[in-house]
Write a protein that binds this ligand. Structure first.
Ligand code: UDP
Ligand code: MG
Length: 363
């Protein structure tokens, strides 16, 4: 198999596969039965575009060729992220000639993460495939992504093995990928590849904002989805400019911190703040007891001792950390309404099919 298994994520071949192929796209826009892992029978492409007028027409025609050969119902959702050129007019023209083209237009440039997130929200395909709109990702790779999803993965992430970008981009990117691998434990080679395929429930369970689009595999992995990486062809940009420069590296590392804390501690903030708080307060109390002993038993003067200052400081800092942890717990509690949809967290269930009513068996 061409795929690299990510991290400790393994392949479960025991997944049942539905064989029903719906007649048209509308029929597939029913909620997916998450217990059933149906085969991918429809595809939504989500393509964020920001000033890509020179690439769109060719991209659309190449996608159409590949998707027609694939013979699955599909939709191509272009998300115009506040382009200043004729990108939106072009999307309109494409839509006029091809009803499978859909368009969203941001009021201004909100960034790739929000563009993807809005695309995910409206996509109805069983598979949601994201790719860049600059022709650097090769539409010919689409069938391989779908194959991987059909193997039982929830997310197939592209790996630009031979990246066609200047050294000024590839070198920082290598450092970035290495760090993310180490910090998150998700063993992908290339987090920054825009070419990814998701089962719809995986895509829609990820909350994307800011520049977190680079971390979708980490966020999905934290939710227990199965991830695989596949090497993909990558081409140099022939039209237009890259929207990202050096600052990406710095922002990327800051985002890594955010993602680390979000995935590790969002559900248990007290563990993040409470532990240093307790340690600090305990050391402060021990020093304080020792000073009390000196004052009461040995009758030493302690009023001018720097240790006294330290003891007070440690106890106060400890209490503050503890308070932060408590506040965090209140917030986490408030963000977890009791009526959360339990299906969001399940890989499988028994006896809860879409139309199943267990009570009717008693009638
Ligand atoms: N993009 C976007 N909003 C932005 C920046 C980029 O929608 O604020 C889109 C861009 O049009 C392209 C994709 O995201 O389709 C990847 O951008 P780019 O090619 O500049 O990234 P690079 O290949 O240099 O990493
Ligand atoms: Mg690009």
């Amino acid at each position: 198999m061409s795929s690299v298994i990510a991290g400790n994520v393994d392949l479960d071949n025991s997944r049942p596969q539905s064989t029903t192929v719906p007649a048209d796209f509308v029929a597939t826009s029913q909620p997916i039965d998450r217990a059933g892992w149906p085969v991918i029978d429809s595809v939504s492409l989500v393509i964020p575009v920001f000033n890509e007028e020179g690439n769109l027409t060719e991209l659309h025609s190449r996608l159409t060729t590949v998707l027609t050969e694939l013979a699955l119902p599909y939709e191509i959702i272009f998300v115009d992220d506040g382009s200043k050129d004729c990108t939106w007019n072009l999307i309109r023209d494409l839509r006029a000639n091809d009803p499978r083209v859909l368009g969203l237009r941001h009021r201004r440039n909100f960034g790739k993460a929000r563009a993807l997130s809005h695309g995910f929200a409206v996509a109805t395909g069983a598979a949601i495939i994201t790719m860049d709109g600059d022709l650097q990702d090769d539409p010919d790779e689409l069938p391989r992504f779908i194959d991987e999803l059909n193997q039982g993965y929830d997310l197939a992430s592209g790996w630009k093995q031979r990246r066609q970008d200047p050294l000024g981009k590839t070198a920082p990117s290598k450092l970035f990928n290495l760090t993310v691998r180490k910090v998150t434990g998700v063993k992908l080679h290339d987090f920054n590849c825009g070419f990814k395929a998701y089962r719809r429930d995986a895509a829609q369970s990820i909350r994307l904002y800011g520049e977190l689009h680079r971390f979708t595999p980490v966020l999905a992995h934290a939710e227990g989805f199965r991830i695989v990486e596949i090497p993909v062809k990558h081409h140099p940009r022939t039209w237009g400019q890259s929207k990202y420069g050096w600052s990406r590296l710095v922002k990327g590392f800051l985002d890594l911190l955010t993602v680390f804390f979000l995935t590790e501690y969002r559900q248990r903030p007290m563990h993040l703040f409470g532990v240093p708080g307790l340690v600090s307060a305990m050391i402060g109390v021990i020093i304080g007891l020792e000073l009390t002993f000196e004052r009461v038993v040995l009758d030493n003067q302690i009023g001018t001792r720097p240790l006294l200052m330290l003891a007070v400081l440690l106890v106060v800092i400890g209490a503050q950390f503890f308070g932060l942890g408590l506040l965090g717990e209140f917030l986490a509690h408030g963000n977890n309404p009791p009526r959360e949809d339990p299906r969001d967290a399940m890989r499988e269930s028994l006896g809860f099919g879409a139309n199943h009513n267990p009570l009717s068996a008693n009638e």
